[in-house]
Design a protein around this ligand. Structure first.
Ligand SMILES: CC(C)(COP(=O)(O)OP(=O)(O)OC[C@H]1O[C@@H](n2cnc3c(N)ncnc32)[C@H](O)[C@@H]1OP(=O)(O)O)[C@@H](O)C(=O)NCCC(=O)NCCS
Length: 147
């Protein structure tokens, strides 16, 4: 379903339109999901609310929200391809995600980022107020190829 258009960029939640090969190519080189297998990307897409950004029919951005649609959402795998960066594409994407009707009224929306705090801060995200209240199991090397 196309849920927003602007003169240049279209955002859609239609999983069938996603360029999964491109998404995998990007994520497998990203700092947060390096070497992620295609099968894991495919499964993550099947079980998330996914947002593709398109320019002239070509996918140029992606994000997904892992959510119960009631209380909690985790924003993950946000990216814009390098050729389309710096034109506000991620801000169009964030606006569409946060306005999505199935993501209203959540008690908490979470994300993790190394360096894009300034992007998310524009949409109301703040650093954790009580980081000590949170715990995690984090396995950054989970996709590392065997030696
Ligand atoms: C981060 C990313 C999605 C931004 O996409 P973009 O379409 O180029 O960004 P936009 O043009 O919409 O502008 C983003 C705004 O956030 C700001 N910003 C803050 N941190 C940023 C960062 N690390 N990268 C890009 N922009 C950042 C920009 O300065 C800009 O501010 P402005 O509103 O004052 O112009 C894109 O650079 C990207 O895909 N990077 C690689 C993947 C990545 O790091 N994803 C985030 C993981 S949490």
């Amino acid at each position: 379903m196309t849920i927003a258009t602007n003169p240049e960029y279209e955002v859609s939640t239609d999983i069938a339109r996603l360029n999964v090969a491109m998404i995998h190519e990007f994520l497998s080189r990203s700092y947060w999901a390096r070497n992620i297998p295609l099968s894991v990307v495919e499964k993550s897409i099947r079980h998330s609310l996914c947002f593709g950004v398109y320019r002239a029919g070509q996918q140029v951005g992606f994000a997904r929200v892992i959510t119960d649609f009631a209380t909690f959402g985790y924003l993950a795998d946000v990216f814009v391809v390098p050729e389309h960066r710096g034109h506000g594409v991620s801000k169009i994407l964030l606006r569409v995600i946060l306005d999505h009707p199935h993501l209203q009224g959540l008690r908490r929306l979470l994300l993790a980022t190394h360096d894009a705090h300034g992007l998310y801060a524009q949409f109301g995200f703040q650093a954790l107020v009580s980081p000590a209240d949170f715990m995690s199991i984090h396995r950054p090397g989970v996709y590392a190829p065997p030696n």
